[in-house]
Design a protein around this ligand. Structure first.
Ligand code: FAD
Ligand code: NA
Length: 385
């Protein structure tokens, strides 16, 4: 470690962005480690051997951002296709467009509704909860969109996501349920959206291609922690509870089991993401990866689909979504106080801050941390943590 200026734990978007900035702007030596066998963190994707189709190993990743700085930054490392995400949902053998919009509402109630008529209808159905404070997720959802739409599109899906009856889930999990009184079914509203032209992993290869960045894969931070020189500056993007040996308790996460299958058809479902709202269907959704890249000439007789099953994570599982119960919040605050006291360690990224971050948010947070923590550390000797 004699010539390492900064150790970065985790080669996802947070760690890779800091590594790129430190090498290119500061010409400092970076050692970037990841316990996985690849760079890219959860945004990693690979071209399937049999079909050549790009598969996102850790779940579908759609890039979108309202943030000009992040968009400009990332465009230095990749071009983007003009893919615009859309989602459909199967319920009782019918297919509806998501998020709930005028098309969904008209189809569901089986009549033509003007925007004003649809608004009045939903308000009328939501009035069931008028004057009462929602005591659980079900009541909260009904107060927002009424019972019929809730029971069709939210109840079963939410129950499967959380493996819990929505009446037993806290109401604060949902603050809003978007309903659009237009036929617009674009999933994201952000100014910028698209998929990386030659795949996600190529972004990371370009970000990290620098003589001052050394990458060590298959290396777990905790197996070398005791041999590090004292005071070595570290950017840590692994789980914060693991860093402190779970001494304040374990933070709750949900994980997803992915069931991948190659089928002998050129098109299984006609679009990339199909939700399954019925509780009797065990998976929450099916991804069909070829549809993310209609501009590519994939072979026509095979397709790759992935079924997603949601459940709470145990320690050996991949942590995907913070559960963030009140107890989790308390536990996290205790870890955060201890993290602040580690002057040579900066905790970042989704695992290091116990927050769900979209890719653009992870990159944006890393660019900010570079300016506010990393740069002052190297320029003025300030503590990085
Ligand atoms: P990560 O990408 O998780 O990187 C952290 C890295 O640290 C990992 O590679 C891990 O192996 C490594 N690490 C952890 N502990 C250690 C250790 N002890 N030693 C060495 N290495 C370690 N975002 C979007 O914008 N659009 C989407 O559509 C989208 N879909 C998603 C779907 C799923 C299922 C999930 C889980 C996330 C999705 N995201 C999406 C979010 C996106 O994955 C994150 O924004 C991004 O991964 C955050 O980057 P990060 O660097 O903070 O964390
Ligand atoms: Na710190």
């Amino acid at each position: 470690f004699s010539n390492v200026d900064l150790l970065i734990v985790g080669a996802g978007f947070y760690g890779a962005t800091i590594a790129e900035r430190v090498a290119n702007q500061l010409q400092k030596n970076v050692l970037l480690i990841d316990r996985r066998s690849h760079i890219g963190g959860n945004a990693y994707s690979e071209f399937d051997n049999e079909t050549g189709i790009e598969v996102h190993r850790y779940g579908a990743h759609l890039f979108h951002t309202p943030n000009e700085t992040v968009w400009t930054y990332l465009n230095r490392f990749t071009g983007f296709t003009d893919y615009k995400h859309r989602v459909y949902s199967t319920y009782r053998d019918q297919v509806y467009s998501m998020p709930i919009n005028l098309g969904t509402i008209s189809q569901f109630f089986n009549r033509r509704l003007s925007p004003d008529q649809a608004r009045a209808l939903i308000a009328d159905q939501a009035a069931e909860m008028a004057g009462r404070n929602p005591a659980n997720l079900e009541e909260k959802a009904i107060s927002l969109i009424g019972r019929p739409l809730y029971e069709a599109f939210i109840r079963g899906y939410t129950a499967k996501q959380w493996q819990t009856d929505p009446r037993d889930l806290p109401e604060h999990i949902i603050t809003r349920l978007p309903v659009r009184y237009t036929f617009d079914n674009r999933y994201f509203n952000d100014k910028y959206e698209g998929l990386p032209i030659d795949g996600y992993t190529a972004i990371f290869e370009r970000m990290l291609k620098h003589p001052k960045i050394n990458i060590a894969l298959g290396v777990d931070f905790f197996s070398l922690k005791s041999s590090l020189p004292p005071g070595l500056p570290i950017v840590y993007t692994g789980p914060i509870d693991r860093y402190f040996d779970y001494s304040e308790g374990e933070l709750g996460w949900r994980t997803i089991d992915f069931e991948k299958e190659t089928l002998n058809t050129g098109d299984f479902q006609g679009m990339a993401v199909m939700n399954y709202a019925d509780e009797t269907v065990p998976y929450t959704r099916i991804l069909e990866f070829r549809h993310f890249n209609p501009e590519r000439s994939y072979q026509t007789e095979k397709t790759v689909v992935v079924r997603e099953y949601s459940r709470s994570a145990r320690r050996k599982d991949e942590p995907y979504y913070p559960i963030d119960t009140r107890q989790d919040k308390d536990v996290f605050l205790r870890y955060r106080a201890r993290a602040e006291a580690q002057t040579n360690v900066h905790f970042g990224g989704r695992l290091g801050t116990y927050r769900y971050l979209d890719m653009h948010q992870a990159i944006g947070a890393a660019l900010k941390a570079f300016e506010s923590r990393v740069l002052p550390h190297f320029a003025e000797g300030q503590a990085i943590g």
